[in-house]
Design a protein around this ligand. Sequence first.
Ligand code: NAD
Length: 275
Amino acid sequence: MPEAPTTAADMTAARPLAGKVALVTGSTSGIGLGIARAFAMAGADVALNARKIGPDTEKLVAEIKNQAGVKVICVAADMSKRDQIKASVAETEKAFGKLDIVVNNAGIQHVEPIETFPDDQWETVLSVNLSSAFYMTKAALPGMKKRKWGRIINISSAHGLVASAFKSAYVSAKHGLVGLTKVTALETAEEGITCNAICPGYVWTPLVQKQIPEQAKAHNMSEDEVVKKVLLSNQPNKKFATVEEMGALAVFLCGPGGASITGTAIPVDGGWVAH
Ligand code: NAD
């Protein structure tokens, strides 16, 4: 059965994700948190994900619940551990009865030239940024296929489309994520499921803030110079994007307007990959 056609009323719904359940990995800060907040405001029940549950995550759950009036939980799972990834899907399905939307957002960065890049860092960056999305997709697809509806968003990067020096593991993982996105889209195209990658340029989050001193060391520059000459040098609009912009795009892709968009890698980078 094809998905019901989108109507004009669907397109203007105030809460376009009402009745949906979303799991966003690595969602207690940065882009993941921005997307989780946007989903909740769009009416979806949300499972946040963190490696550990504690007072901070409980506070966040209560805050989003109160603000958006939806159900919110936080699922503890380390995205470098495949058993925990599988368990996080089961826990979300148990709590909400289903899982409609998955955002593979958890990610880490390490900046160093290839010759000195630590082997363990290579393995960890690949595992958290790429393999986690494979295991998450594998665990979520059976339920989505059964219900003939699903949305998977992989948070790749402009570095999923072009490279920069000193980021071998990250660039490899993010290119891989674009490939996984296309394969997932092809395998699910007739099942009411879409899979897309969002490819941000620089977004002002803790991950970017952390790499400024690392980049300064690698390039032998001051931190100010790194922001101007390295980070935003590739971003023609010379501005960091915001987590709210990422949230708005994710809501669109999961809402009625995104029903036929699948297998894409959408740059949100102020023109970076237009070079
Ligand atoms: P961030 O550091 O604020 O968020 C990353 C999140 O992932 C954190 O909540 C962190 O706790 C979580 N995480 C890390 N390792 C994990 C693990 N093993 N298990 C579970 N959670 C884990 O960074 P961000 O900038 O919000 O990045 C989010 C995603 O967006 C990443 O995949 C990143 O590569 C991508 N991205 C960010 C930018 C940017 O400019 N900020 C640009 C392009 C892509």
